[in-house]
Design a protein around this ligand. Structure first.
Ligand code: IPM
Ligand code: MG
Length: 365
């Protein structure tokens, strides 16, 4: 198969982790007889420096013309003081909206090799951590009106959180359908004891539930959910929630699996053209040092093969190679065990070396 992938390396560690993912994709193309072509897209801080805009229209157009988009990470301290609409993150938000990718899928699954890296007690980890957060991605407070007024001599800042029934319904359906393919438990997370938008959210979820009688729907308030994720994560199968709650809960969920560096994500809308990115940030403090963990990005590339290109075998092959490398004891700095006895049997490797090891395993099959 021929596929054209728009590649956004972005800022900080973005270029180094994306480069490893592309090498893995090349190896897969080679092994399975595919042709992947890459179209470079500037987005984020590097695009501000080069074009004065975090996502120039021509760059968005390249993404829209692609079969899917692979993204490293954007942002960094260098652009902290640029005005809101020109921030690097704004490029990402415009890309999500431009592509219409309303459904963000963030798995929180513990790798057995990294169980001891979880900050949770082993007795909690042993019960299993394997759930998915389905996050609404192009609505809510991220995209409501943002303004700062001067009222009675002081500044007053406003951000509007609005959801229409239609927006809730389309993400709700993804939640139910995702649960249907798994353990059939959907937890809808909101703040209906305070927010109107959450009351509407809850009502729409319950209306939809009638169409998915095989899925068990439960409701949970977001503050309680934040607590339950650390207290008893085994209870969750699929969580569906609005944009900002999903942003916060998915960072928490990633951490209990040991490292945010291991977590990929997919964002999809009405078409098969998706946006694939690790959920971690651009980590400017370690940029260029070849110590970043490329696995979140490599797993994101695997998700692209699975969900956008229908290449399940190829995706399995990447995931198995990663598992084999972890079995062999190789660890990037973020997933090195803190316990000295455990660390003694692990081998610390950098970003390039980790990519190389994964490719070696891929080729061994
Ligand atoms: C994420 C990030 C983004 C978000 C930022 C960079 C705008 O935190 O993908 O989770 O808040 O969505
Ligand atoms: Mg986030």
């Amino acid at each position: 198969m021929n596929k054209n992938i728009a590649v956004i390396r972005g800022d900080g560690i973005g270029p180094e982790i994306v480069n490893q993912a592309l090498l893995v994709l090349n190896a897969v193309a080679d092994m399975y007889g595919h042709t992947f072509t890459y179209d470079d897209v500037d987005m984020g801080g590097c695009a501000i420096d080069k074009w004065g805009d975090p996502l120039p229209q021509a760059m968005l157009d390249k993404c829209l013309a692609s079969d899917s988009v692979l993204l490293g990470a954007v942002g960094g301290n260098k652009w902290n003081d640029v005005p809101g609409p020109m921030r690097p993150e704004k490029g990402l938000l415009r890309l999500r909206v431009g592509m219409g990718v309303y459904s963000n899928n963030r798995p929180a699954k513990i790798w057995k090799q990294l169980a001891s890296a979880s900050p949770l007690k082993q007795s909690i980890v042993d019960k299993g951590i394997d759930f998915i957060i389905v996050r609404e991605l192009i609505g809510g407070i991220y995209f409501g009106e943002h303004k700062t007024d001067e009222i009675d001599g002081q500044k007053v800042a406003t951000d509007i959180l609005a959801y229409s029934e239609e927006e809730i319904e389309r993400i709700g359906r993804i939640g139910f359908e995702t649960a249907r393919k798994r353990r059939k438990q959907l937890c809808s997370v909101e703040k209906s004891n305070v927010l109107d938008s959450s009351r509407l959210w809850k009502a729409v979820m319950h209306r939809l539930a009638a169409e998915y009688p095989d899925v068990e729907l439960t409701d949970m308030l977001v503050d309680n959910c934040a607590m339950q994720i650390v207290k008893n994560p085994a209870q969750f199968d699929v969580i569906v929630t609005e944009n900002m709650f999903g942003d916060i809960l998915s960072d928490e969920a990633s951490m209990i699996t040991g490292s945010i560096g291991m977590i990929p994500s997919s964002s999809l809308g009405k078409t098969s053209c998706g946006l694939y990115e690790p959920i971690h940030g651009s980590a400017p403090d370690i940029a260029g040092m070849d110590v970043a963990n490329p696995i979140g990005t490599i797993l994101s590339a695997a998700m692209m093969l699975r969900y956008s290109f229908d290449m399940a075998d190829e995706a399995d092959c990447i995931e198995n190679a990663i598992s084999a490398v972890l079995d062999d004891g190789y660890r990037s700095a973020d997933i090195m065990p803190s316990d000295p006895t455990e660390a003694a049997v692990c081998k610390k490797v950098g970003c390039t070396e980790m990519g190389k090891l994964i490719i070696e395993h891929l080729r061994k099959g």
